[in-house]
Design a protein around this ligand. Structure first.
Ligand code: ZN
Length: 239
């Protein structure tokens, strides 16, 4: 028996992927041709995924480099976008020009990560902030020494603030330097860029890109649960 015989996508891969009660699902508020379009678009999105997509959220850490991979302790989530399927926006009441949008597909890819690799990601990020706090803290500490503080504020009342801000900027610079050094030192053990992971590289070849591009270390979100389902679980066989 169909889950919902009033819904055109009932029991399809899309229905399984959304995995929702019909009352909470946005599809049932759509006209059937709109729902069909959503379904066709979803099929295009699925066809853009590499054959080994499920392995990325498997039992082993995908960020561990080398032969021995640690067991998964959670997931790193990264939003990947793709130009397909074509999606146009911008026409109002038939006027104006439809503009093709950069993103046709958006996939919150859930990648298995071990506790060690997660700690490395967090430390690479923490270096930047710790360094700002430290240098600004040292500047504040020096200004609190009465003889220094009075001498500086005698020159200009705004100067102490300027010095703290300058300290923050110096900290920011050194934070980036330390973070880069740390990433370099650790990069033999951990992949910091998701496109350094073989499956990530395959997705990049298929046209996927990160929504927030910020260089060497991919910005990820950590979660105990995956944000996506496995293709095998929704009854889809990648080509
Ligand atoms: Zn790992």
């Amino acid at each position: 028996m169909a889950k919902n015989d009033k819904c055109t996508v009932s029991d399809s891969v899309l229905c399984n992927w959304l995995d929702k009660d019909c009352r909470d699902c946005y599809i049932h508020t759509m006209k059937s041709d709109e729902a069909d379009e959503v379904y066709r678009n979803f099929e295009v999105t699925l066809s853009l995924l590499p054959a080994g997509f499920d392995e990325i959220q498997g039992e082993q850490c995908r960020f561990c480099k080398g032969a021995v991979k640690n067991p998964r302790d959670g997931y790193a989530i990264v939003d990947l976008g793709h130009g397909e399927p074509e999606y146009k926006k911008g026409m109002i009441m038939g006027y104006g020009k439809k503009v093709r949008q950069r993103v046709g597909s958006l996939m919150p890819v859930s990648i298995s990560i071990c506790s060690e690799c997660r700690a490395s990601f967090r430390l690479a990020e923490a270096f930047k902030w710790l360094s700002i706090l430290m240098v600004a803290g040292i500047a504040i500490g020096l200004l609190c020494v009465p003889s220094i503080g009075t001498a500086v504020s005698d020159l200009s009342a705004a100067l102490p603030f300027g010095i703290v801000l300058f300290g923050g900027a110096v900290g920011y610079f050194f934070g980036k330097v330390f973070s880069n050094l740390y990433v370099k030192a650790k990069s033999g053990k951990t992949a910091f860029n998701i496109f350094d992971i073989p499956l990530g590289a395959e997705m990049q070849r298929k046209g996927w890109f990160t929504m927030q591009d910020d260089g060497e270390v991919t910005r990820v979100l950590f979660s105990k649960k995956p944000y996506t389902r496995k293709l095998a679980d929704i009854g889809y066989k990648p080509q």
